[in-house]
Design a protein. Structure first.
Length: 319
C-alpha cells in the first residue's frame, strides 16, 4: 500500500493557515462572514499594529513529528500571505505555542497567547487538543478558533466561533466500512483509543458494521499512553477475527500494530488516516506493510491538480 509521505500534514496545514490568515483581520474587525473577509488593503504598506494569529502546535511530545511539519508550513504561509499584501491595511503576525499534544498544556498555551498577544484568531491541531480548546472558546466569543487534524464530529456544534478544516470521524469510519464490506471481510476486532473521539468512532463503526451484516469479534478501548499492548495483541489473535481495525492516531496505533503482528495475528490491519504519519510508520516498522488506511481528500503522496503538485514540490524542495 502507498502511505502518505511526511509532507501530507504540513502541506495541508499551509492551506489552512493561508485561509484563516486572510480571514483573521476581517474577523477581528467585525466583518460579516457573508461579506468579503480578508480583502487586501489598497495600500501595499501595512499600517499600525499587526493582526495576530495564535498557532497552537504539538512541537514536543508524541505528535511532535506532525507539529514540525506544521511549523514548516507556517513559514511558507507567512511568505505567501506577505506576498499577497496587507489584510485591511495591516500585516499578519503568527505566534506559535507548544501544546505537547496534551489538552492541559494546550489550555496553558491558549491563555498565554490571549494574555500576551490578544490574537483575533487561534489555529490549533489534534482532536483532543481542539475538543478542549473549543469548550474554552465559549468564554472568548470574540476570538475565532480554527482546527485541523481533528475528527471529533460535534466540535463546531453550537459554537459560531469554532471552525474545522478536516474530515470528521464518521466520514473516515463510513469510508472504511464501505471498503470492508466490499472486500467481504466477515469479522473485525476493533481497538479504539480511550477518549471522546475513540469512543464515538467505535460506537459509530459498530453500528455501521453490524448494519452491513458484519460481525465484531471484539470492540475494546486502549490507553494511548501505555507502553505495551501485548495483552490486547493476544486478545486480537485469540478472537479469530479476519481483520483488526485500529481506531486512533498518534504513536500508540503504530505500537499497537507492531505488537499485534509480532503477537502472531495473521489477519489484515486497518486504521485511520493518522496512521500514515511518519513517526507512526517508523514505530510500526515492517508491521505497517499492507495496512489499509482511510485518507483525506488531499494526499500529498499523489497530488491530483497542478496547484497541489506545485505546493508539494515547493514544500519538499524547501524542507
Amino acid at each position: 500500500m502507498k502511505f502518505m509521505h511526511r509532507v501530507a500534514f504540513g502541506a495541508a496545514f499551509l492551506g489552512v493557515l493561508f485561509v484563516v490568515g486572510r480571514a483573521g483581520g476581517a474577523f477581528a474587525a467585525g466583518v460579516d462572514a457573508k461579506g468579503t473577509p480578508g480583502t487586501p488593503s489598497s495600500s501595499r504598506e501595512p499600517q499600525g499594529e499587526p493582526w495576530t494569529v495564535g498557532v497552537i502546535l504539538p512541537l514536543t511530545g508524541p505528535a511532535a513529528a506532525s507539529g514540525e511539519d506544521m511549523e514548516r508550513a507556517l513559514r511558507l504561509a507567512e511568505e505567501d500571505i506577505a506576498k499577497d499584501g496587507p489584510v485591511r491595511g495591516k500585516r499578519l503576525r503568527f505566534v506559535a505555542s507548544d501544546s505537547r499534544g496534551d489538552s492541559s498544556a494546550a489550555l496553558v498555551a491558549l491563555q498565554g497567547l490571549l494574555d500576551a498577544h490578544r490574537p483575533s484568531i487561534v489555529v490549533a491541531s489534534l482532536t483532543n487538543v481542539c475538543e478542549t480548546l473549543a469548550k474554552e472558546m465559549e468564554r472568548h466569543p470574540d476570538v475565532l478558533l480554527a482546527c485541523t487534524v481533528v475528527s471529533a464530529p460535534n466540535l463546531t456544534k453550537g459554537r459560531p466561533n469554532v471552525v474545522r478544516f478536516f474530515v470528521t470521524a464518521d466520514m473516515e469510519v463510513a469510508a472504511m466500512t464501505d471498503y470492508l464490506a466490499a472486500a467481504k471481510v466477515p469479522t473485525i476486532a476493533a481497538l479504539y483509543v480511550n477518549n471522546e473521539f475513540g469512543r464515538y468512532a467505535s460506537e459509530f463503526f459498530a453500528a455501521q458494521w453490524r448494519a452491513r451484516g458484519g460481525k465484531l469479534a471484539m470492540n475494546e478501548a486502549f490507553d494511548p499512553a501505555a507502553s505495551s499492548y501485548k495483552t490486547q495483541a493476544l486478545k486480537v489473535k485469540s478472537s479469530r477475527a479476519k481483520g483488526a481495525y485500529l481506531i486512533g492516531c498518534g504513536d500508540s496505533v503504530g505500537l499497537m500494530a507492531k505488537q499485534i503482528v509480532e503477537g502472531g495475528f495473521r489477519g489484515a490491519l486497518y486504521s485511520f488516516s493518522g496512521f500514515g504519519a511518519p513517526k507512526v510508520l517508523e514505530i510500526a516498522g515492517k508491521s505497517a506493510e499492507g495496512v489499509v488506511i482511510s485518507a483525506v481528500p488531499f494526499d500529498a503522496a499523489a497530488p491530483t491538480t497542478e496547484k497541489q503538485r506545485s505546493l508539494v514540490e515547493r514544500y519538499q524542495s524547501r524542507f
